[in-house]
Design a protein around this ligand. Structure first.
Ligand SMILES: CC(C)(COP(=O)(O)OP(=O)(O)OC[C@H]1O[C@@H](n2cnc3c(N)ncnc32)[C@H](O)[C@@H]1OP(=O)(O)O)[C@@H](O)C(=O)NCCC(=O)NCCS
Length: 173
């Protein structure tokens, strides 16, 4: 596999034109733009990353941080950038940032027919634990429920943690 080097950074509203284009290309039930706007501006639990290649958004991934559990909401890579390790870079960074935020287990749903995504998740230690029958409203396809319950192989990164500078005890004298 040829691995592309990408900058991984937090998603902003300015990315949404490209994200929406990809959402429509990658999913049969694309999220509306307003859903992403809400995630970025109103949902305190939500964190979204993009992978930028040569100034272009090549992929994105999101997670909700709910107490000590993470729920991956979506991950997508533009068809012209697939199979170059970009989803892997995004997933690694989502997991490492989530771990730094105290996440101890991560879950997600994936269509039963979506073998590429299932292989991706299994590569990072996710295992199928259950089925949500008829979960997807367009085709009534089942969702497989995956969990990654061991985070010991995941490093920690700090894109989502703001470290406040300590106050100078002595103050101005
Ligand atoms: C699934 C998806 C995100 C993978 O993105 P990607 O950048 O191509 O993935 P990577 O190149 O990082 O591949 C990582 C691993 O995923 C698996 N994988 C990815 N594409 C695959 C394919 N077409 N067939 C089989 N396995 C595949 C492989 O295990 C691969 O590891 P390997 O290269 O060592 O074999 C991408 O195909 C996509 O955007 N699909 C449409 C949206 C979607 O289904 N998202 C998931 C919703 S749950």
């Amino acid at each position: 596999m040829h691995t592309t080097s990408a900058i991984i950074r937090n998603m902003t509203l300015a990315d949404l034109d490209q994200v929406m284009d990809m959402e429509k290309r990658c999913f049969t039930l694309p999220w509306p733009r307003g859903a992403f706007e809400g995630e970025l501006t109103q949902n305190a639990m939500a964190r979204y990353l993009v992978a930028e290649v040569e100034g272009r958004v090549a992929g994105y991934a999101g997670i909700w941080l709910i107490f000590d559990e993470g729920h991956i909401t979506n991950i997508a890579v533009h068809p012209s950038f697939q199979r170059r390790g970009i989803a892997s870079l995004l997933l690694e960074r989502v997991l490492s940032n989530a771990k730094a935020c105290g996440i101890e287990a991560v879950t997600l749903e994936v269509r039963r027919s979506n073998l590429p995504a299932q292989r991706l998740y299994e590569k990072y230690g996710f295992q199928p634990e259950g089925v949500r029958k008829g979960y997807y409203t367009d085709t009534k396809e089942d969702a497989l429920l995956y969990w990654k319950r061991c985070m010991s192989d995941v490093p920690e990164t700090y894109d989502w943690i703001v470290v406040e500078e300590e106050e100078d005890d002595h103050g101005a004298e």
